[in-house]
Design a protein around this ligand. Structure first.
Ligand code: IYR
Length: 221
């Protein structure tokens, strides 16, 4: 028994040739994406931010609960507060908490505890996952596959950011509880990922890294 009414769905339909061409051009588009750590302070239209976030929010989710909130920060005072708190944790991580192996793995990426992009990028999108929902009476309603769902939404969001000609970085300040406090989020929301979003700094450079080849990531049976 379905409690939802079902409606007809008309998926996109292409010939084999069109399908091959479209899959190739989409791959080429996303394969050009790079994580960028140096941003311009050039303003970005808020409409673009709204659109990329709604693209993220179109992702599939467990029982269609859409267990996410996207907090968008452009206020310089809040950005500064986030930078100070993130750098405090990151300093501790880079100097005391991360293993030698982890630091060695990060070395080629040129990361350190300093996060100036948290103030320079015009927008910070902080993705929160909702461990549970609250109904009208304040009762807890369960969400399902929350990490998988929010990961998918973030992936959709990152691809949309790239498609719009903007750059981002999947920043993972750790631990992230300070974001919940600074942004005054309710108890059912937990920080998931922080994405600075904007245009890249002039003449930006990225690490010279290659992606794994098909043989290394795909197994056909
Ligand atoms: N959270 C730290 C460290 C870091 C971890 C990974 I995994 C990276 O790919 C990059 C950095 C930071 O954001 O600097």
């Amino acid at each position: 028994m379905h409690t939802h009414p079902f409606i007809k769905y008309e998926p996109l339909r292409f010939s084999k040739e069109e399908s091959i061409a479209r899959s190739k051009s989409y791959y080429e588009l996303l394969d050009q994406r790079r994580s960028v750590r140096h941003f311009a302070d050039t303003p970005v239209p808020q409409e673009v931010i709204d659109n990329v976030i709604m693209t993220g929010s179109s992702a599939p989710s467990g029982a269609h609960k859409q267990p996410w909130t996207f907090c968008v920060v452009s206020d310089p005072t809040i950005k500064k507060e986030i930078r100070i708190a993130a750098e405090k944790e990151e300093y501790e991580s880079y100097t005391n908490r991360m293993s030698e192996e982890w630091l060695r793995d990060l070395a080629p990426l040129g990361t350190d505890w300093q996060k100036p992009f948290l103030e320079i990028a015009p927008y910070l999108i902080i993705v929160f996952k909702k461990a549970y929902d609250l109904d009208a009476d304040g009762g807890k309603r369960k969400n399902y596959y929350v990490n998988e769902s929010v990961g998918l939404a973030t992936g959709f969001l990152i691809s949309a950011i790239h498609n719009a000609g903007l750059v981002t970085l999947t920043h993972t300040p750790s631990p992230m509880a300070f974001l919940q406090k600074i942004l005054n989020r309710p108890a059912n929301e937990r920080p998931f990922l922080l994405l600075p979003v904007g245009y890249p700094a002039a003449d930006v450079e990225v690490p010279d890294i290659a992606r794994k080849q098909k043989e290394d990531v795909v197994v056909y049976y």
